[in-house]
Design a protein. Structure first.
Lengths: 306, 264
């Protein structure tokens, strides 16, 4: 496997006696949308601040593209585009002037590239207006624009869907997935919006109280034909249906008028045919996916921070 | 080096794309024009010397330019923190030192620009309105001074610019350390305008350590007509004291800016 674009190695941040981030180790490969999930105050933004060098680590090491953010800052940060917290821009400048400002700070961003990025985030009609006249959604787009100007290998977005309308969220999601798949860049997205992460990310790390709790892969798209999942069969005679399932070698769990069976697609079709043949009415067959939200609450114990 | 110039260009853009910069320039020019025009109408015999008007206006203008430069210097750093743009500014392939330096240079250029515009405007306006024939410094400033008034004005302007730089650096340092524009502007103005009016008192202190008080040395023009605020003080000593304060201000601003965790 090629070298991960980001390596967090035993990163720790203490402020006074309080440990904000505790021994966080994480690798991010290129070409993946990686979610960073945690409740408010869990240390997401602190981690991001350390990744971009805004905060110093107490211990540990962060490498981006193989360069240490502490000792080789300029080489490391060149690969990074980021929005940390809100997309704050210079309000008294126009959107275009803001982009020119950040373009001047990195070699090789041409005026054509600026135009390309403006078109990409869909701000053509308002780019020459002052930023103070922008809505939050437009500022968010401008924030994304400044982050991708220099074609970074790693895009870090802190709560990127804040303030976007549903259409904007969907657009951003599609765009991020496209960036990661087609240009092969790594996208690191933090959020406490679980459902959003589920749609956007390939993998999700869950952090709580500064500790990494879990890293999970999220299956995008359709069901894998061969693997077993929980299926719910809604029938009129659950007891009889349960016996038929047993005949096919599967244990069924009763849940009111339904049966839950861990099985694959082939079994579902076969079982359905048997039920119909036995004169049992089948009202519905559903795959029961545990949502990320359930998983999240499960691993964090649904604990309240405050 | 060419690339670093782009950073300064950015800082200039942030100064000159704001209307307030032109409001300040407008106020300065309007004040100078007002003094000259009032002088013109009061002066029925038409015997006012253009150069004495120029010297008065330059002195007043320098105070105003100091106030404006303190505002520009303080808000240049502090606004980045209060608006949160500092985060976007720092995550670029530039060291923090160079980013801070680019801001500092932009402020000094602003101060220089204001001074040059002010000098040109004052000299041209007053030579048009008043009689500029008497140009011996001895007649206009003090009998102790010799040479032409133009040479005196240039020396005066340069020495005032030195104190403007020290004052600006103080404001810049306060803004960098406190991250609050209001605090830095308020404190700098208080120190420069408030404490400065007690300078003769401070200069009269009998203690040895009073030799090293910044305010006694801030205005180097005291040596131009040989009237030092503190007995026995020389231009060289004053410059040395200013240099030490300057080095402390710069070191403090630089150290704090470089080390700080940005959590704005």
């Amino acid at each position: 496997m090629e070298q991960p674009i980001v390596q967090l190695q035993q990163v720790t941040k203490r402020i006074g006696k309080k440990t904000i981030i505790d021994n966080l180790t994480l690798d991010l490969p290129l070409g993946e949308v990686f979610g960073f999930l945690g409740p408010n105050g869990s240390g997401k933004t602190t981690t991001i601040r350390m990744m971009v060098g805004l905060m110093a680590m107490t211990a540990g090491e962060i490498k981006i593209g193989g360069y240490s953010i502490r000792t080789q800052y300029q080489q490391a940060i060149r690969n990074v585009g980021a929005i940390v917290e809100n997309p704050e821009m210079y309000k008294y400048l126009t959107g275009y002037q803001n982009l020119v400002h950040f373009a001047r700070m990195i070699d090789g961003v041409t005026p054509e590239r600026i135009q390309e990025v403006i078109a990409l985030v869909g701000l053509e009609s308002r780019i020459h207006d002052k930023v103070k006249t922008y809505s939050l959604g437009m500022r968010q787009r401008l924030g994304v624009a400044q982050a991708i100007l220099h074609r970074p290998k790693l895009l870090i977005l802190d709560e990127p869907t804040n303030g976007l309308d549903p259409a904007g969220i969907r657009e951003l999601r599609d765009y991020l997935r496209q960036l990661s798949k087609e240009e092969g860049i790594a996208v690191f997205v933090s959020s406490h919006l679980l459902s959003e992460m589920e749609l956007m990310c390939d993998r999700v790390a869950i952090i709580q109280n500064g500790k990494l709790i879990d890293v999970r892969t999220i299956h995008q798209g359709g069901l894998d034909a061969a693997s077993d999942v929980n299926m719910l069969f809604e029938v009129d005679k659950p007891a009889e249906a349960s016996e038929i399932a047993a005949g096919l070698g599967k244990a069924a769990f009763r849940e009111s008028d339904s049966l839950i069976i861990e099985a694959n697609r082939e079994f579902a079709a076969e079982f359905n045919a048997r039920l119909v043949a036995a004169g049992i009415k089948v009202y519905g067959i559903r795959v029961q996916t545990k949502s990320l939200e359930d998983q999240f609450l499960e691993v964090t114990g649904g604990e309240r921070i405050v | 080096m060419f690339n670093f110039f782009k950073l300064v260009q950015n800082e200039n853009m942030k100064i000159y794309r704001r209307p307030r910069t032109y409001v300040m320039l407008g106020i300065l020019l309007a004040l100078i024009a007002a003094i000259s025009i009032i002088g013109y109408f009061v002066d029925h015999n038409h015997n006012t010397s253009a150069w004495s008007m120029i010297m008065t206006e330059v002195m007043i203008s320098y105070t105003l330019i100091t106030v404006f430069t303190i505002i520009i210097a303080s808000s240049g750093v502090a606004d980045e923190f209060t608006s949160g743009t500092i985060k976007l500014l720092l995550i670029r392939p530039w060291t923090r030192s160079k980013i801070l330096l680019s801001k500092y240079i932009a402020v000094l250029l602003y101060a220089l620009g204001m001074v040059i515009v002010m000098l040109l405007f004052t000299v041209v306006l007053n030579i048009i309105l008043f009689d500029a024939s008497d140009n011996a410094a001895a007649d206009i400033v003090s009998p102790l001074v010799s040479g032409s008034i133009a040479a005196y004005l240039i020396k005066y302007a340069l020495l005032k610019y030195v104190s403007l730089i020290v004052t600006t650096t103080l404001a810049f340092m306060l803004a960098t350390v406190s991250r609050s524009g209001a605090l830095a502007i308020g404190l700098s103005l208080f120190l420069i305008l408030g404490v400065n009016s007690f300078t003769p008192l401070l200069a009269a202190l009998k203690y040895k350590w009073a030799d090293y008080i910044l305010f006694i040395h801030l205005d180097l023009t005291q040596y131009l007509n040989d009237t030092p605020l503190r007995d026995g003080s020389t231009m060289g000593f004053s410059i040395a004291v200013l240099a030490v304060y300057y080095a402390i201000f710069v070191a403090l601003a630089w150290y704090v800016f470089k080390k700080r965790d940005v959590a704005a």
